[in-house]
Design a binder for this molecule. Structure first.
Ligand code: NDP
Length: 272
């Protein structure tokens, strides 16, 4: 029997993870099965245990179960602890280990695939949810000149600051961004999922070289449209992040890191 992995989420029918991991397995000559499980709000934990007890070696976790996956684990990486969320689990010697590769996946897409290193740049990240939590440690490790996090709910953003006191991390209200200049602006809110955009004041995107939208496959979202109107040179969506976080999980499980370029190309839907 092949080694077994799966992604679990609700709804799960939209998931690209089986396709991505199947392509990785082919490219690296690894023999594995990768399935998709519709998660149950009542029985998520039992589903994970059942998959593990049936011989499963690891799982990817997607919305809305990342927090519950983090909580059920026996061991947690530092970045999963800060995110308080897991997007990957590994089952080994009776132990469940939680990881969070979303942030490192985003960082790799920006730095490696898009060729925009964070070092000494001014970076603005919009939102303070799970995706931002997962990105903070890898982003600060990349030594930006400053990492500014803006969110509507200031209490949520300030809670991040209280958990991670770092000299390069600053929390801001949206209104206070007026007149500031950034090199890289990342929309890590879920506004695009409902056709909205974060309340950015004035021409705050005007100096940016890259505007990055975490949502993917949605074309020019309101945030990316605004970035284009304000003259941002480069626009990107989150498909590369999706593939890069998958590659990190694959490497963690299998000990071999797949090449991501061809898979990103295959999954990319042009912005327009
Ligand atoms: P959460 O639900 O944890 O957080 C959502 C955040 O969006 C909150 O900070 C919320 O602000 C903010 N928000 C929602 N609507 C608006 C709005 N209209 N204007 C301004 N802010 C808004 O979501 P996640 O962090 O898990 O995910 C965020 C996005 O990232 C989603 O679009 C998701 O699909 C995408 N994503 C992409 C991945 C990829 O691989 N490409 C991986 C993970 C996530 P407030 O606190 O003020 O309510």
């Amino acid at each position: 029997m092949s080694d077994r992995y799966a992604v679990i989420g609700r709804p799960i029918n939209h998931t690209k993870s089986p396709l991505i991991h199947g392509l990785f397995a082919n490219a690296t000559g690894q023999h594995l099965e990768y399935g998709a499980i519709e998660g149950s709000l009542e029985a998520f934990e039992a589903q994970v245990h059942q998959f593990r007890d049936g011989g499963g070696l690891g799982m990817n976790i997607t919305a809305p179960f990342k927090l519950r996956a983090f909580e059920l684990a026996d061991q947690r990486s530092e970045r999963a602890r800060l995110a308080r969320a897991a997007n990957a689990l590994r089952f080994e010697n009776g132990c469940i280990t939680a990881e969070n590769f979303d942030g490192i996946g985003l960082l790799r897409d920006i730095e490696v695939n898009l060729g925009e290193p964070l070092r000494n740049r001014r970076v603005l990240m919009l939102g303070a949810g799970g995706a931002v939590r997962g990105a903070l440690l890898p982003f600060l490790d990349a030594e930006p000149a400053e990492l500014v996090v803006a969110n509507r709910d200031m209490a949520k953003a300030m809670a991040l600051r209280n958990e991670l006191d770092h000299p390069r991390l600053r929390i801001s209200r949206y209104e206070a961004l007026e007149g500031q200049a950034f090199d890289i602006v990342i929309n890590a809110t879920s506004a695009s999922l409902v056709g909205e955009r974060p309340p950015l004041p004035g021409q705050v995107l005007g100096t940016a070289q890259l505007a990055y939208e975490l949502a993917y496959g949605k074309g020019l979202t309101p945030f990316l449209r605004l970035a284009r109107e304000q003259g941002v040179g480069r626009l990107a969506d989150g498909v590369g992040m999706l593939v890069e976080q998958a590659a990190e999980a694959f490497a963690w499980w299998r000990g071999v890191r797949p090449d991501t370029r061809a898979v990103i190309d295959q999954l990319t839907i042009p912005l327009e």
